[in-house]
Structure formats: structure tokens, C-alpha cells
Design a protein around this ligand. Structure first.
Ligand code: KIV
Length: 256
């Protein structure tokens, strides 16, 4: 089983050392990232797009998540492993709990990530109460949106800014262990880091988070769908993949 511990993630936060995270979906990449020293590997439901060639993450199944999480688990010794709860699993409390437990048991990952807005806080609460270690994904939540124009920065209007703050405070009180913020404004990310005690991992949310995450295929510069604008193009200028990845690790670890 995993040597990864959440204590290490908390220690990195305490010491202001950037927590560096990446997605993986198969054993070969997972081993490569583990050996490079990534703190966290996420088996993301982005696999719907980059692996299955679908236009969004909506049709990723529990079976897909289990298959890919098991492949990654086999290869990883040190990195902390998080699996996404797919959209079909998050619809109600009971299904969410049953599916989260199945992923934890069958894939031996360390944590479950769930996309969260004000409508499904009760699901998050049910999972935490039943001892599922949870990372909540806030801001741009691809499972919960259907329109293209929802792919934007979150927290620009005062109403949205305070709504996301309120959700973050509520889920922190509930007892989630980690928060991932996607595509929120720099200002909102800074404010969240001030008032939230659990580690905050960002994607497209500026430099002030406790850590960063990227979809591995985006750093490779290849993707079935278009690469989101939020991906920092500076990594593309570097020619080989390993240098891109190392530059990303270096930047995240050293420039908080
Ligand atoms: O599924 C995924 O890859 C994600 C990203 C935000 C990292 O959730």
C-alpha cells in the first residue's frame, strides 16, 4: 500500500513549499511521475477527454475510474493518490458514498475528489461524516456545467466571489481535507488561502495557492480536445517533455 501520507502534504503547506500535482491515467506515466517526486497524482475524470476522446467529462463511468485508478495504483510507491468521483456517482448521497467507498477499497487510493457547488454540499457532508477523505473541487467544475461559456474565470463578480468563499468555509467546517480551485481569479485564490486552513491546490488560479496541478497531456502539448487557455504556455517553449515537467516542478516548489 501507499507510503504517501497526508502529513507530508500538510507539512509542505506549513513550510510554504509548493505542493506539486499532476494527472495520470496509466501505469507507465504514473511510475514516471512518481519517480520524479510528484507529491500528488490525480486520476482525473479528464480521462473522458484525453483518453476516451469525448467532448467533456460527463460520461466517465465508475468502471472507467476504477480501471484507471487501479492501473495508476500498481505503479505508484510514494505520491499521494487522489481519484475523481465521476459525475454519475455524485448525483445523490447514497450513490456517492457507495461509489467512493468502492474506489477507495478496490484501488487503494488515498483520497476522493468531488466537484462541488452550493447544490451538492449535502453530498460532501454525507461523505465526510462517513469517513471518506475528501478533496472538494470549486470554481470551474466541468461535471456540473453544460454550456461552453461556463469555461471562464470564476469570482469576478462580488456575488460569485462571496459565494465561493462561503462554500469553501462551509466545506472546511464539514471537514474536507483539501480544496482544488479551478479557474478562479488571483484575488479570490489569495483570499481563500488567507481564510482556509486545508491545502489549496490551484489550476489556472494564479500563483498564490499552496500547490498547482496540471493535466499531464496539456504539458505534453497534445490533447484530443483543445488545450485550455489556462495552461501556461511557457512550458511549451521547452523542447523535451522531461524538461517541461521538471520546470513545472521547480516553479511550483519555489515560487509560492
Ligand atoms: O479531472 C481532472 O483532470 C481535473 C483537473 C482540474 C486537474 O480535475
Amino acid at each position: 500500500m501507499a507510503r504517501a501520507s497526508f502529513q507530508k502534504i500538510k507539512l509542505l503547506k506549513k513550510k510554504n513549499i509548493g505542493i506539486v500535482a499532476i494527472t495520470a491515467y496509466d501505469a507507465s506515466f504514473a511510475r514516471y511521475f512518481d519517480e520524479l517526486g510528484f507529491d500528488i497524482i490525480l486520476i482525473g475524470d479528464s480521462l473522458g477527454e484525453v483518453i476516451k476522446g469525448q467532448k467533456n467529462t460527463h460520461n466517465v463511468s465508475l468502471e472507467n475510474m476504477i480501471y484507471h485508478s487501479q492501473s495508476v495504483r500498481r505503479a505508484v510507491k510514494n505520491s499521494y493518490l487522489i481519484s475523481d468521483l465521476p459525475r454519475e456517482s455524485s448525483l445523490n448521497k447514497l450513490t456517492a458514498y457507495k461509489h467512493a467507498k468502492k474506489i477507495l477499497n478496490e484501488c487503494r487510493v488515498n483520497m476522493i475528489k468531488i466537484e462541488c457547488n452550493k447544490k451538492n454540499i449535502d453530498v460532501v457532508e454525507h461523505l465526510v461524516k462517513n469517513k471518506i477523505p475528501i478533496c472538494c473541487h470549486l470554481g470551474l467544475t466541468p461535471q456540473l456545467i453544460s454550456q461552453k461559456n461556463s469555461f471562464r474565470k470564476y469570482g469576478k463578480s462580488p456575488k460569485e466571489f462571496s459565494s465561493i468563499i462561503k462554500i469553501a468555509q462551509t466545506i472546511q467546517e464539514i471537514g474536507v481535507k483539501m480544496i482544488l480551485i479551478e479557474c478562479v481569479t488571483d484575488l479570490l485564490a489569495k483570499e481563500l488561502r488567507k481564510i482556509i486552513n486545508v491545502p489549496i491546490i490551484g489550476i489556472g488560479s494564479g500563483k498564490s495557492c499552496d500547490g498547482q496541478i496540471l493535466v499531464s497531456y496539456d504539458i505534453l502539448g497534445i490533447s484530443y480536445n483543445s488545450i485550455p487557455k489556462i495552461v501556461e504556455k511557457k512550458y511549451f517553449k521547452i523542447k523535451d517533455f522531461e524538461s517541461r515537467v521538471k520546470k513545472y516542478i521547480y516553479n511550483t516548489k519555489n515560487f509560492l
